[in-house]
Design a protein around this ligand. Sequence first.
Ligand code: UD1
Length: 339
Amino acid sequence: MKKRVLVTGGAGYIGSHTAVELVNAGFDVVIADNLCNSDSETIEGIRKITGAEVSFVQADCCDKDAMESLFKQYEIGAVIHFAAYKSVNESVAKPLEYYRNNIGSLVTLLDVMRRMGVRDIIFSSSCTVYGQADTLPVTEKTPKKRSSSPYGNTKHICEDILRDSTAAYDNLHCIALRYFNPIGAHPSAIIGEKPLGVPQNLVPFIAQTAAGIHRELKVFGDDYDTPDGTCMRDYIDVVDLAGAHVTALERLLENGGTKHEVFNIGTGKALSVMQLIRTFETVNGVRINCKVAERRPGDIAAIWADTTLANELLGWRAERPIEETLKSVWAYEKRIRGI
Ligand code: UD1
């Protein structure tokens, strides 16, 4: 029988899609989420898509007692740790909240895992650890750079904690996945990205502008050193990204790698902000009212992944074409807005 996997932050965007793929791959899933940036409707969505009785515990991963009783009650076999604050802007205004929550939850989980004899953890990291790299695309060996935000720093620090802890403790193995820019929704349109308040990320803002919620979309800068002057990113479909967690988990459970591994999870292709907007318009037959605005502080000009390591060692690659991904964004937005 496959192990029972604790998915922290499983009511969130990437966590919910991963929970679905885990169930599809035959794993038993327990979600722990404090619902601070998500809602229990998503849990119902996961159950509806999979037809499985996915367990849900409303709990904070910084709460050691709650985590310990959850591990005991459900006999957890492995952990995928998504639960974290993720807003770059908010982290600048609330650094202590970000350090306390993002670092505290990881340290708490690692403590509980050690006490309960659970060996394997997958950690949600980010390409933010590379900053603006000197050479592109970035490989896992590209030097990390100091982050311009507390949010980015928490990813650096958590990666370091995992490296040091796996080196020190025999029975701790980890894979950190460095996500590029996750976008899209499940093909059922039942779950997707549902930001609270005004979205800060590009794709949810595009979708909401198309839905008439915002009058216009600001393109942050068109004077970067890129072919059309707008920033370039590697947009990875969330279902493909969810699948990467399943293959990474299987590798960990089979003891297929070293004790501590890091993989870039992207498509290996870069799209500019304007290219992404135009593709969204074309595939969905909508117009996005956009206007060039000032650069956004802290943005880097371009980044995309070299995914050779994930392709070769995990046997994983991104498959969904960007057109399909952007159609799924609009299908989900239309469903939740009743359009
Ligand atoms: C940021 C973080 C990343 C984090 C991710 C999720 C950095 C450098 N990157 O990614 O670590 O994991 O958020 O929260 O900290 N844009 C517009 N108009 C908009 C919104 C965005 O033009 O209204 C542009 C941005 O300038 C950028 C691109 O779209 O060039 C993508 O932005 P966004 O979706 O916010 O993601 P990142 O900043 O790449």
